[in-house]
Design a protein around this ligand. Structure first.
Ligand SMILES: Cc1cc2nc3c(=O)[nH]c(=O)nc-3n(C[C@H](O)[C@H](O)[C@H](O)COP(=O)(O)OP(=O)(O)OC[C@H]3O[C@@H](n4cnc5c(N)ncnc54)[C@H](O)[C@@H]3O)c2cc1C
Length: 385
């Protein structure tokens, strides 16, 4: 079978899993520890898609489909705790019925909840709550859920190499035929030949594409998340309005994670944590759950989204969270090199399916995807020989 090289140990784990299941020889190269990019340190929301229902029904529908699949194939990476969208002022109320309609259009089961029931289930909600709608959001353990994919990929024969940075591409004419690798653990450089190279380097995908002289429409879009020292709700609490900043509180074990902010950056690193963003997250989330304001801060960190950005002047909260797969042979005349970027951690399996379908097309193989129905192994399995 053909040898496929995957660059990036984030959603790359789901790609390696899909490739291995379809019988390809796989090597995954990650410049740092696995999941040291955005996939291991995001907010931890398994989206129902409701967050995007008002302005991006396609992404909303995609999230709901993947939400159902992940609940089935990786239940141990999730808390099946649902989410509430709450309106806390008159402006939020103007979205009440459009939100229900758009959720219906996206196939998201959204259920109006009687306010007294919402308050009984979540006593810390703002006293100003005017409407509460239940959706099948869930809290995911960002790192563990993604590690389930790596564990299963490794079990099925994928060669997973952390601390292995791709520093250049090998080319034969207009074809990319392999990569140059810097092994940070053993301080050595080597080359590795491959039939197809998949660029899944997330916020770094633009930098990797530049190694073969290609431009792709991606922008790193960092955002700040704040962990506070109490679990103030059992469900995921969202503000009922078009996706904005500081409008989600996610329970994670005994903490609550507040998030997020968003801005566009030229580079994926270094990422700082602007103190003004931390204050903003606390202020905005306290409008949903007032106790946020008096709860000590446990931690604050930043991660970068790899957004598909066609217009850098677009308001960052409105930029699509959809994903793109690019065949650089048909688009740029460079064979042996394909890219996948954008999306959400929630949609990593779907991203993997689409890019591996492209691998099949390019290698002339017709092997159906089986990841929808294949249960993932527990993440601990990754560390067993
Ligand atoms: C603030 C914030 C909150 C979010 N919250 C959620 C959420 O609640 N739910 C959700 O579903 N999604 C969420 N997301 C989105 C999600 O985190 C990302 O869409 C997803 O993790 C991107 O995965 P990726 O693999 O493309 O990128 P990454 O996870 O960053 O992976 C890319 C990897 O490539 C590696 N790499 C780069 N260059 C090289 C090289 N030259 N050689 C080898 N390796 C290389 C990097 O080290 C990195 O590990 C959030 C994102 C942000 C920023």
């Amino acid at each position: 079978m053909e040898h496929i090289i995957v660059i990036g140990g984030g959603i790359g784990g789901a790609i390696a899993h899909d490739l291995a299941l379809r019988g390809f020889k796989v090597t995954l190269l990650e410049k740092g520890e696995l999941l040291s990019g955005s996939t291991g340190r995001h907010h931890g929301l398994l989206h129902s898609g409701a967050r995007y229902a008002l302005h991006d029904v396609e992404t909303a529908r995609e999230c709901m489909v993947e939400n159902r699949i992940l609940r089935r194939i990786a239940p141990e990476g999730l808390e099946q705790n649902d989410g509430l969208f709450i309106a806390v002022d008159e402006e939020d109320m103007t979205y009440h019925f459009p939100f229900l309609e758009q959720c219906r259009a996206a196939g998201i089961p959204a259920e109006e909840m009687i306010l007294s029931t919402a308050r009984r289930l979540e006593p810390n909600l703002s006293p100003h709550v005017k409407a509460a709608i239940k959706v099948p959001d869930a809290a995911m353990d960002a790192w563990r859920l993604a590690m389930h994919f790596f564990a299963t990929a490794k079990f099925n024969g994928a060669d997973i190499r952390p601390y292995s940075e791709v520093t250049g591409m090998l080319k034969q004419g207009a074809t990319v035929s392999g990569v140059q690798v810097l092994d940070h653990r053993n301080r050595r450089e080597y080359t590795l030949g491959g039939d197809i190279i998949i660029n899944a380097a997330g916020p770094w995908a633009g930098i990797v594409a530049e190694q073969v002289g290609i431009h792709i429409p991606i922008k790193p879009a960092p955002g700040v998340m704040v962990g506070i020292d109490a679990r103030l709700a059992n469900m995921v609490i969202n503000r009922l309005h078009p996706a904005g900043e500081g409008d989600i509180i996610i329970p994670q074990r005994n903490l609550s994670l507040l998030g997020t902010s968003v801005w566009l950056a030229d580079n994926p690193e270094p990422l700082d944590v602007p103190p003004a963003h931390v204050r903003q997250m606390v202020t905005l989330c306290a409008q949903l759950v007032p106790k946020v304001r008096e709860t000590p801060i446990h931690s604050a960190w930043t991660a970068a989204r790899p957004l598909v950005v066609d217009d850098p002047l677009e308001e960052p909260t409105k930029i699509t969270r959809g994903f793109e797969c690019i065949d650089h042979e048909s688009r740029d005349g460079v064979a042996g090199f394909i890219s996948v970027f954008g999306g959400k951690a929630t949609t990593m399996r779907a991203m993997a399916e689409e890019i591996v379908d492209l691998v099949c097309t390019k290698t002339g193989r017709s092997i159906p995807c089986r990841t929808k129905e294949t249960s993932l192994m527990h993440w601990r399995r990754f560390y067993k020989n």
